[in-house]
Design a protein around this ligand. Structure first.
Ligand SMILES: Nc1ncnc2c1ncn2[C@@H]1O[C@H](COP(=O)(O)OP(=O)(O)OP(=O)(O)O)[C@@H](O)[C@H]1O
Ligand SMILES: [Mg+2]
Length: 249
């Protein structure tokens, strides 16, 4: 199966601090795969995600998107943030339209697509409202709509559900899995940073367990189980135990 994103021997040192953050990290996200990155706080997960997004360059090694080296932000990869990162002075519709800022589409076209996406995420009536009128879950739906509106192949998510209550998080997790599985939606790979072992096991086809800084890949765990998954199943509980054990030493 083709790798959509391939991280090859990526090392990273912040120039200003000379602090080595990542050492020879490699893994791939193949077509249809949900990949989670998990590891201790401060080990470099967000930095790795930003390298994958092309926002910063690795010190050595490379990241490829569909076999082509990434040298800068790419319209086919979108980001979803933990704190939603909505602009409070723009309406929800305008926030979603930001996802189309590199598209070259007319404003009419952007309005149409952004409205469609808000409808799809159950926020049809909220386009002209500002983000502060929304609950956390609704804000994150706007964040996801902004990420998806440009028809990306890859969604990069940095702890997207960790500031939401569990019930809301659960609904949004299903939305993301639906996008990955639905052939009519362009998304064909998701890479998510999480602290939550249960969430990782519930969602992922592959979990990349990172060590403390400088981050190295301690183990890549594959989970071959259909969806939707039963978090309490024996297979998933065993995977959780395995990950906790790896994280513990
Ligand atoms: N601009 C910077 N210059 C120097 N060091 C930085 C910079 N940004 C982050 N760091 C350091 O790099 C390390 C990795 O940061 P990063 O945010 O990628 O970790 P993380 O795994 O996402 O952490 P968390 O789990 O807390 O979100 C941290 O030790 C951090 O202090
Ligand atoms: Mg982080």
């Amino acid at each position: 199966m083709m790798a959509i994103v391939s991280v090859d021997d990526v090392s990273f040192t912040f120039e200003n601090s000379n602090l080595e953050i990542m050492d020879n990290v490699s893994f791939a996200a193949k077509k249809g795969e949900f990949v989670s990155l998990i590891g201790p706080s401060g080990c470099g997960k967000s930095t790795l995600l930003r390298i994958i997004a092309g926002l910063i360059q690795p010190t050595t090694g490379s990241v490829k998107f569909m076999n082509k080296e990434i040298t800068g932000p790419n319209r086919k990869m979108s980001f979803v943030f933990q704190d939603f990162a909505l602009l409070p002075w723009l309406t929800n519709l305008e926030n979603v339209k930001i996802g189309l800022s590199m598209s070259g589409l007319s404003d009419i076209e952007k309005n149409r697509l952004a409205s469609e996406l808000l409808d799809r995420f159950g926020l049809g009536g909220f386009g002209s409202y500002y983000p502060n009128a929304l609950s956390g879950g609704m804000k994150q739906r706007v964040g996801i709509a902004r990420a998806v509106v440009s028809d990306p192949n890859v969604i990069l998510m940095d702890e997207p559900f960790s500031s939401l209550d569990e019930l809301t998080a659960e609904t949004l997790r299903s939305d993301i899995v639906y996008m990955l599985e639905n052939k009519n939606i362009s998304v064909n790979s998701v890479i998510m940073v999480t602290h939550n072992v249960e969430e990782a096991v519930q969602l992922s086809d592959k979990i990349v367990v990172l060590s403390d800084k400088p981050a190295t890949v301690k183990k890549v765990i594959s989970i071959k189980a259909g969806r939707p998954r039963d978090k309490r199943s024996e297979v998933l509980s065993k995977k959780m135990d395995e990950i906790y054990a790896i994280l513990a030493h």
